[in-house]
Design a protein around this ligand. Structure first.
Ligand code: GRF
Length: 201
């Protein structure tokens, strides 16, 4: 399946997918292109290094619908089947999500449905919970609300800060995101009434 990755920044999750793919761990996925909405996104350097074509569509001062249409054009031209949101800090329009229904996945640094949105670590620390983690989920037209595919948890200690928590969770993101992409591109995920089941090998 042809896969497009959308990113806005550092791109370490993008890198984890590139690496897993080159180790042969996502055999049914071809990482075809990267789309970024920030010209300084380090994800661009990663794409260049691995000869993955990248497209910059600047989102500043652009209407969401226009931005999404530009992306759709690139995705259609490249016959993309699956979209991976790897630190993509922009909400997608309902129109866009419906065009790729059950074909977009996102990584989020909390145990959803707890702490959706852009400040998951901050809110986790503030709430004083003893556990957090990360979630890969399908994208629907809410914010971090779609059906959950895989989660992994870590303990939160009393002296954890946003930064230490992020550092603890990131390596787990790098494990579960490529895994979820493999399950999806191997057609092993089924969604029934908003719940995901994983088919055995
Ligand atoms: C990750 O923590 C991801 O869960 C969140 O944004 C961060 C992106 O990091 N959505 P990176 O750009 O993949 O390094």
């Amino acid at each position: 399946m042809e896969v497009a990755v959308l990113a806005s920044g550092r791109g370490s999750n993008f890198q984890s997918i590139i690496d897993a793919s080159s180790r042969g761990e996502i055999p049914n996925a071809n990482i075809k292109l990267l789309i970024v909405n920030e010209k300084n996104a380090y994800a661009i350097e990663r794409a260049k290094k691995h000869n993955i074509p990248h497209y910059l569509i600047e989102s500043k001062n652009k209407k969401r619908s226009d931005f999404d249409l530009e992306m759709l054009e690139i995705l259609h031209e490249n016959r993309i089947d699956i979209i991976v949101l790897a630190g993509f800090m922009r909400i997608l329009s309902t129109h866009f999500v419906n065009k790729y229904k059950n074909k977009i996945i996102n990584i989020h640094p909390s145990l959803l449905p707890l702490f959706p949105g852009a400040h998951a670590h901050r809110e986790t620390i503030k709430a004083g919970v003893s556990e957090s983690g990360c979630t890969v989920h399908f994208v629907d037209d809410g914010v971090d609300t779609g059906p959950i595919i895989i989660q992994k948890s870590v303990p939160v200690n009393r002296n954890d800060t946003e930064e230490t928590l992020a550092n603890k969770i990131l390596p787990l993101e790098h494990q579960i995101f490529p895994k979820a992409l493999d399950l999806l591109t191997s057609r092993k995920l089924k969604i029934n009434k908003g719940k995901v089941t994983i088919e055995a090998d």
